[in-house]
Design a protein around this ligand. Structure first.
Ligand code: HEM
Length: 431
């Protein structure tokens, strides 16, 4: 079996770092080019960065920042402060894939992810022998690490018996059932492996996923992918961003260590290799933006249950005010509509259950009718897939928002804990 970092085929030149080689202005320019190529999307970023800064504003981007891959207990990209961009890709295994080739793939991906999170290329960009293809594709050469995190997930089909892993499947981990509100497109549904690359520079995300796909090409082929921009969740000290409906998204979310331990990280589960891991649910949710944009703001606020500008609950004035779902208006009606998105989703109305939402806006440009083909790449992390399933069935059945959204893509993955140096993601599964 391949020992990660030794015979992964990854040639790591010493002393070549992307860190600090490029000014923020140039990086912003490159970022704009990439997102623009996907159909637009720099607007949210530009808007956020042109906002007047205040003294206690720590919501900045430090392109020189890097996150370690090894030895962190949890994989990055889950509780990590959300970066500005993501490239999310799922993969299908080749028919000839074997248990050994899957292990080799995960070892190569782990070693490459560690190098790229450090801001380095996965091998030579310009080999001395000029008839050899470069090991690294080169588009991130000279760029800073930009807080890159690579999160690797395993799909339920990996445990179907082909690789002798069936006995190691956690009992809670199955394909998502058909859920209320599903209008899924098979081209954006499922996958046997997932890679979520998040960074503050879209070109760094793209490079990471492209190079992992390239390293794995004898074992996996890319299945479906989404480019996400303008994070739709906030970390500590980050201002709450806005989704494409124009509402703040991420105001109430899993935040404290206690909440992560209770709702996100698997602890005392039935499979030791998943201890400290979590489950990733991904939903590609198209928004019917042209229709939404003709709706009265009062109706938009009723649908979400929050004020548009401040993001405060309709029962309060400030964003962080706790929603009061019992508050009645002078006419005796609930101030927050019981069928509004937040009333149906809030922990107060779901037996206290929370999920960690860490999504991004996305755009696929225009559809064949010339309409905006865009929405929310919803990504949630939870230690029990049932928490998402129950919530989505409730929302999919009743949410006033359903008139304006369509769940077109869906997948679930098991995300093992981060490996120690010298090991690879999910190694415990094979031992
Ligand atoms: C395009 C689809 C969606 C949009 C536009 C959207 C938008 C929002 C907005 C604006 C908020 C209020 C701000 C906040 O507390 O973060 C919110 C809250 C929330 N959403 Fe969504 N959401 C979508 C899909 C979903 C889905 C699929 C789920 C889960 C199945 C979900 C679960 C939640 C939860 C748990 C909250 C926090 C509620 C609270 O505690 O007050 N959302 N969402």
């Amino acid at each position: 079996m391949t020992t990660p970092g030794e015979s992964t085929g990854i040639n790591e030149p010493k002393g070549v770092s992307r860190r600090g080689l490029l000014s923020g202005a140039l990086v912003a320019g490159l970022g704009g080019a990439v997102v623009g190529a996907a159909g637009g999307g720099t607007a949210a970023w530009t808007m956020a960065s042109s906002r007047a800064a205040t003294a206690d504003d720590v919501d900045g981007v430090d392109l020189d920042r890097s996150h370690p891959f090894y030895g962190t207990g949890r994989q990055g990209g889950i509780s990590t402060e959300p970066q500005r961009h993501t490239v999310f890709m799922t993969f299908r295994l080749a028919e000839a894939a074997s248990s050994t080739s899957v292990q080799t793939l995960l070892a190569r991906w782990s070693a490459a992810a560690a190098v790229m999170q450090d801001g380095r290329p996965v091998g030579t960009v310009q080999p001395e022998d000029d008839v050899a293809p470069p090991v690294d594709t080169g588009e991130a050469f000279g760029l800073s690490p930009a807080s890159l995190t690579v999160t690797i997930g395993l799909g339920p089909a990996l445990f179907d018996g082909r690789f002798g892993l069936a006995a190691h499947k956690p009992a809670a981990f199955t394909d998502l059932p058909t859920l209320n509100g599903d209008v899924l497109d098979p081209n954006f549904t499922g996958g046997e492996l997932s890679v979520q690359a998040c960074a503050d520079d879209p070109q760094v995300c793209y490079h990471a996923v492209r190079n992992l796909a390239r390293l794995g090409r004898s074992t996996v082929s890319p299945f479906w992918a989404v480019l996400g921009f303008g994070r739709a969740s906030a970390g500590t000290g980050q201002e709450t961003p806005r989704n494409l409906l124009g509402f703040k998204d991420g105001t109430r979310n899993v935040e404290t260590d206690e909440q992560y331990d209770e709702f996100v990280w698997i602890m005392n589960g039935d499979q030791p290799w998943m201890e400290g891991g979590t489950y990733q649910v991904v939903r590609k949710i198209r928004m019917l933006l042209e229709t939404w944009d003709t709706d009265r703001v009062g109706n938009q606020q009723q649908i979400i249950g929050r004020h548009k500008e401040e993001g405060s609950p309709l029962s309060g004035r400030r964003e962080k005010d706790t929603p009061d779902f019992a508050l009645k208006s002078a006419t005796g009606d609930p101030v927050i509509d019981p069928l509004s998105h937040v009333a149906l989703a809030a922990r107060e109305n779901n037996d206290g259950v929370m999920i960690k939402r860490r999504g991004y806006n996305y755009t696929d440009g225009l559809d064949p009718n010339g309409e905006l083909n865009a929405g929310l790449l919803f990504i949630s992390y939870q230690n029990d897939p049932q928490h998402f399933i129950r919530l989505q069935n409730r929302l999919g059945g009743h949410d006033l928002l359903n008139e304006y959204i369509r769940h077109v893509g869906s997948a679930i993955f098991a995300v093992p804990p981060a490996p120690e140096r010298g090991h690879y993601v999910a190694q415990g599964l094979f031992e």
